[in-house]
Design a protein around this ligand. Structure first.
Ligand code: 5AD
Ligand code: SF4
Length: 465
């Protein structure tokens, strides 16, 4: 296959072989054309969309936020729960309608959902208007897929197990805070989770490449980086002689970036060394997202989480004791197959003990191909919904109580943008990841300012500079 105007970049495999991959940088074939990019799901997808945007712009496309103006629509999808599926196909209905009026419109579907066999079968049978389908492992081929598409449906979903891409182009959404991938995929295989199947086994980037990227961001004036991975605590485990996650955090902290964050932490791989490092460096933010999933030992075992309630609580308390002013949030699944009232009460017990700063709560959603999807489940959806409502009530109570502790306190906030509802206000996040709305103008955007908190709600704070 011939490609115009190629730039070299590198791919590393587990055994350190360097490949060359092709990155079309200079074609302006689509100048004056517009792209509309819609992202579902996790931060990994949000960051992948920054790569997709860069690749579209390299072909000459410019961004639009109006679907009707688009010449190409890309939907970057999520497979973690079933409800994402309905949203995506609902939106595709709008795209299909638009294509009737505008037959030259290109429609692309990518991300984790595009890698599900059942979705591919559904697309082939019912959605012939989708032109380009690609997966999380071949975003780098996007330019090529567009240049060669003849408005015929092409499915290009590959598995690139073991490969790590470097020199990826990104059009970052923010000029002040940036995502930095430190690892791809996940080796944990929690029994309910589709991620290890869609994103593959864990592949860590080399620390030297990560540090290089962070230093470039510092030079560009970025204030904050978030180190990104499904299980950041297991960083580097599959690479001989690589830094541990604690050492990587330390090295990133020493680049001089104002704020370092990281997501997501798995309790199983969380070491004392990590806690000590987070406590030691002022620019490593005192905020940890530590998914609990369930408080019942029986369910935790069925989920394959590799820790007990007691071990989770021990880790949680160690974090709280050793990292001053730390905020901890979590993820919880209710209604895992055959979760009893007793099991659910164990979850509530942990929530009451930990009093999390916040929690993302979900009803279990069976994902085809995962071990949990084969488990017989006798609990009704109504029962699961009731449990979720009860859990949310308690979770929200603690969010509010934790937020109230900030009243009249002065906290550092990185101002990120204008408040959507009130143009005289700006918003940003504290070091502990609390959303704060502040009276002020756009001149503050990109600055870390001291804000005195004047009001506390369940999901945000109000303050004054
Ligand atoms: N059903 C419901 N929630 C899930 N999660 C992952 N897989 C599922 C599933 N099959 C939740 C977990 C995870 C978060 C990102 O999504 O809580 O931490
Ligand atoms: Fe999924 Fe578990 Fe990996 Fe998280 S750690 S991505 S829940 S398999």
């Amino acid at each position: 296959m011939h490609l115009p105007n190629l730039k070299e970049a590198r791919i590393r495999t587990k055994n350190e072989v360097e490949y060359v991959y092709l990155d079309n940088k200079n074609s302006q074939e689509f100048s004056n054309k517009k792209y509309y990019l819609k992202t579902y799901g996790c931060q990994m997808n949000v960051h992948d969309s920054e790569e997709i945007a860069a690749r579209l712009e390299s072909l000459g496309f410019t961004k639009t936020t109006k679907l009707e103006d688009a010449d190409i629509v890309i939907l970057n999808t999520c497979a973690i729960r079933e409800n994402a599926h309905d949203k995506v196909f609902g939106f595709l209905g709008r795209c299909k309608h638009l294509k009737r009026e505008k037959p030259e419109l290109l429609i692309g579907l990518c991300g984790c959902m595009a890698q599900e066999e059942s979705v591919i079968a559904e697309i082939k049978e019912h959605h012939p208007y989708i032109d380009i389908i690609f997966g999380t492992h071949n975003i780098h081929e996007l330019q090529q897929l567009i240049l060669e598409n003849k408005h015929q449906q092409e499915i290009n979903v590959y598995s690139y197990e073991g490969k790590v891409f470097e020199n990826i182009p990104y059009t970052r959404e923010s000029q002040y805070k940036a995502w930095v991938n430190i690892q791809y995929g996940c080796d944990k295989f929690c029994t309910y989770c589709i991620v290890p199947y869609t994103r593959g086994k864990q592949r860590s980037r080399k620390s030297s490449e990560i540090i290089k990227e962070v230093k470039e961001l510092v030079a560009k004036g970025y204030q904050e980086v978030t180190l990104l991975g499904q299980n950041v605590n297991a960083y580097g485990k599959e690479l001989p002689d690589e830094l541990s996650f604690a050492e990587l955090l330390e090295a990133v902290s020493k680049t001089g970036i104002a704020r370092v964050r990281f997501v997501t932490s798995h309790p199983w791989d969380f070491t004392d060394e990590m806690i000590a490092t987070i406590a030691k460096y002022e620019n490593i933010m005192p905020y940890i997202h530590l998914p609990l999933q369930s408080g019942s030992d029986r369910i935790l075992k069925l989920m394959g989480r590799r820790y007990t309630q007691k071990e989770y609580l021990e880790l949680f308390h160690k974090i709280k004791e050793q990292i001053p002013n730390v905020a901890v949030t979590t993820d919880i699944i209710v209604g895992f197959p055959n979760e009893t009232e007793e099991d659910f009460n164990e979850t509530l017990k942990v929530v009451n003990k930990c009093q999390f700063d916040g929690a993302f709560t979900f009803i279990y959603s069976p994902r085809e191909g995962t071990p949990a999807a084969k488990m017989v489940d006798t609990i009704s959806l109504a029962e699961k919904e009731q449990r979720l409502a009860k859990l949310n009530e308690i979770v929200n109570k603690y969010s509010r109580l934790n937020n109230e502790k900030y009243l009249n306190k002065k906290v550092p906030v990185l101002i990120e943008g204008i408040n959507k509802k009130d143009p005289n206000k700006v918003f940003g996040y504290t070091d502990t990841m609390k959303l704060v709305n502040v009276k002020g103008s756009k001149d503050l955007i990109g600055q870390i300012v001291d804000v005195t908190i004047t009001d506390a709600k369940s999901f945000s704070l109000d303050g004054e500079i």
